[in-house]
Write a protein that binds this ligand. Structure first.
Ligand code: APR
Length: 192
């Protein structure tokens, strides 16, 4: 069962239970995917964000999805790329882990990510893809939820970079590595 996939699309149209917003630390909206999500969600999203008191880079906060098809938005400020020697990779990995952990804590089963930090924040796409995929795969290996995670790239070029990175590191072990703990130990799972 493939729990992870990569696609090209507009994340505001996603039917996942939760979509991730590449936010800034104020959580009060912006351009890029942040702007698109706030536009699609409507004013209720900003109103709820105002109650959250911001969010640290690498952390995540949950809101409802309002007018979005998604029920929830996981807001996470990614790192601003400053050349790679300022802890950017660790902070980016933390964005993915924090969103997945928050989704699991709220029993959210399907999560769609945009390519965090690779727009306004300038993180080179190929390097971001390696960090993102490792963080996602490591989490899926150890957790049964979310049961489905997708990377929603805005362009075919971005998706190709993610696909190449994925195939380089994970294609060979896809079945084994991405089985949820229950799948690996049928005695513990529902056996479904
Ligand atoms: N669906 C999916 N992906 C999208 C969409 C969309 N509708 N719109 C943009 N993207 C992609 C971009 O192409 C990029 O690859 O999301 C990725 C992240 O780009 P940004 O949205 O610019 O986010 P980021 O680089 O993390 O910068 C965050 O920008 O919008 C502000 O408030 C935000 O200050 C914060 C900063």
């Amino acid at each position: 069962m493939d729990r992870f996939s990569i696609l090209v699309g507009d994340i505001t149209k996603s039917d996942a239970q939760a979509i991730v917003n590449a936010a800034n630390t104020t959580l009060l909206g912006g351009s890029g995917v942040d702007g698109a999500i706030h536009r699609a969600a409507g004013p209720g999203l900003l109103a709820e964000c105002r109650t959250l008191g911001g969010c640290e880079t690498g952390q995540a906060k949950l809101t409802r999805g309002y007018n979005l098809p998604a029920s929830y938005v996981l807001h996470t400020p990614g790192p601003i790329w400053r050349g790679g020697d300022y802890g950017e990779a660790a902070l980016l990995a933390s964005c993915y882990r924090s969103c997945l952990a928050l989704a699991e804590a709220h029993s959210i089963e399907t999560v769609d990510f945009p390519s965090i930090s690779t727009g306004v924040y300038g993180y080179p796409m190929a390097q971001a893809a390696g960090v993102a995929l490792k963080a996602i795969m490591d989490f899926l290996r150890e957790h049964a939820l979310p049961r489905r995670v997708r990377m929603v790239c805005h362009t075919e070029e971005a998706a190709e970079i993610y696909r190449q990175t994925y195939n380089m590191w994970y294609a060979g072990e896809k079945a084994e590595r991405l089985l949820s703990p229950e799948d690996k130990h049928p005695s513990r799972g529902s056996g479904a």
